[in-house]
Design a binder for this molecule. Sequence first.
Ligand SMILES: [Zn+2]
Length: 191
Amino acid sequence: MPRPCGPCGDKQRNELDRRLLEMELSGETFRVISREFGYHVDALRRHKEHHLIVDLSEVQRAKLEARDRVLAEAQAKELEQTKADVAEGMAARLENAANFLDQLKEVRNKAATLLELAEEAEDLRAAGTFLKELREQIRLWAELEGKLAANPPQVSITLNAEWIELRTRIVTAMDPYPEAKEAMIRAIRGK
Ligand SMILES: [Zn+2]
């Protein structure tokens, strides 16, 4: 069992270590430090080589670990932020989809009302193309709603394209019926 190291337990160890580390710069010798601190030159040499340098490398390691930890924390934070961004985007898309569903229901109801009105007016021959188109749209809307209800996440992206196409088709189909077209456009806009 080696003897405990005197310099390690010295009350002025910080000062002693500093002097040992700065020897190359200050030009001090082990002998000078030995006289001042009262330790044998060999004890000082051993302390410097085996304890001081080891301590320094531990300090260095601790510093590197701290740096790694900071890096890891920064990465984790970035990941959290990314997750938050994705969640936000998802929430926005879901909200869009919900808004779209409300809009869709509204438009379909208005279209159904228009259809009833047209049929009540008994001008079926004149309105024939329009009514046919309107029935088809109502069928497609119902289908789309059914799809949405059955499978909400997947259709939210195709939703917009389908919606725009339907909207364009019905508005175009209403060209010969300006009044009905205007009413439908108002319904689509939700006003
Ligand atoms: Zn020591």
